[in-house]
Ligand binder design. Structure first.
Ligand SMILES: NC(=O)c1ccc[n+]([C@@H]2O[C@H](COP(=O)([O-])OP(=O)(O)OC[C@H]3O[C@@H](n4cnc5c(N)ncnc54)[C@H](OP(=O)(O)O)[C@@H]3O)[C@@H](O)[C@H]2O)c1
Length: 254
């Protein structure tokens, strides 16, 4: 059992929830956050009696500051930070406006950046820790109709790589995990709009999205959570972890 504190953002559902489940089962003390207060409270209750939950819209600096303060006043500084909260705005490039770009950059880049800046001094003092971003294969290559999302995930990888270079030689790890399409609300919403546009069933659209993964099928949230737990526990040297490779592996850095 570990006494380490893990903060998981976007832990009310989807991948974040599966990661929180795994970390709780592995004995980490959990702090979770997402916007929806009720769903978050329900998740906290299901995860265990001493889980710290604080609702925040991570696109807002004020909410991020509130989360950091609330953590320091209650559970304490995390040794593990999982930047998972995400949205996936989609549409043709011409229909992707600045607001969509801003929203995506705020959530996938600015919020992780702010949380890492807040908690890195604690990790430096302890001499170890784990900073992990839920990125995507959309951070490794371009996908049509998701320019705001791809841009933000590429930026997320840049930040993670830069941090890993700065932390070289320490026991603090900076990771980005890159799944392809995962069976969650984000993919289901995409499948729904494809199904409507192309006059096919949602199920067929889901399978087609899965077939776009190099592994030829959708990832399960459990698969992603297993990889995250393994990295948090074993802390291998590496940075960008491609889950959509067979077998999953660190991307070779130039
Ligand atoms: N699903 C995929 O195919 C896939 C593939 C590769 C990478 N990823 C990445 O994995 C991460 C999780 O995705 P998912 O598929 O699990 O999505 P999901 O099922 O839609 O869950 C997203 C989580 O983020 C939270 N969230 C959304 N906007 C937020 C905001 N403004 N502030 C705080 N929390 C917010 C949501 O809770 P509330 O709505 O209550 O705020 C929820 O807990 C994302 O970063 C995504 O980009 C997903």
């Amino acid at each position: 059992m570990s006494e380490e504190i893990a903060l998981v953002t976007g832990a009310s559902r989807g991948i974040g929830r599966a990661v929180a489940d795994r970390l709780a089962a592995a004995g980490y003390r959990l702090a979770i956050t997402s916007r929806d207060q009720l769903r978050l409270a329900r998740a906290a209750k299901e995860l265990g009696p001493s889980v710290f939950a604080h609702a925040a819209d991570l696109r807002r600096s004020k909410d991020i500051a509130g989360l950091i303060k609330a953590m320091r006043n209650s559970i304490g500084e995390p040794q593990i930070l999982i930047n998972n909260a995400g949205i996936a705005p989609s549409g043709k490039f011409e229909k992707t406006n600045e607001e969509m770009l801003e929203s995506s950059m705020s959530l996938h880049l600015r919020a992780p950046f702010a949380l890492i800046r807040a908690f890195l001094p604690g990790l430096r003092a302890a001499g170890q820790g784990c900073l992990l971003q839920l990125a995507s294969t959309a951070g490794l290559r371009g996908f049509a109709y998701t320019s705001a999302y791809c841009a933000a995930k590429h930026a997320m990888l840049g930040m993670t790589r830069s941090l890993a270079a700065e932390l070289q030689g320490t026991a603090i790890r900076s990771y980005a995990v890159c799944p392809g399409f995962v069976d969650t609300d984000i993919t289901r919403n995409a499948a729904r709009s494809i199904a409507e546009r192309q006059g096919k069933s949602e199920e067929i659209a889901m399978n087609e999205l899965g077939a776009m993964n190099r592994i030829g099928r959708l990832h399960s949230t459990a698969e992603v959570a297993d990889a995250v737990l393994q990295l948090c526990r074993e802390r291998p040297v590496g940075c960008v972890y491609n889950l959509d490779a067979e077998p999953p592996c660190f991307v070779e850095e130039p």
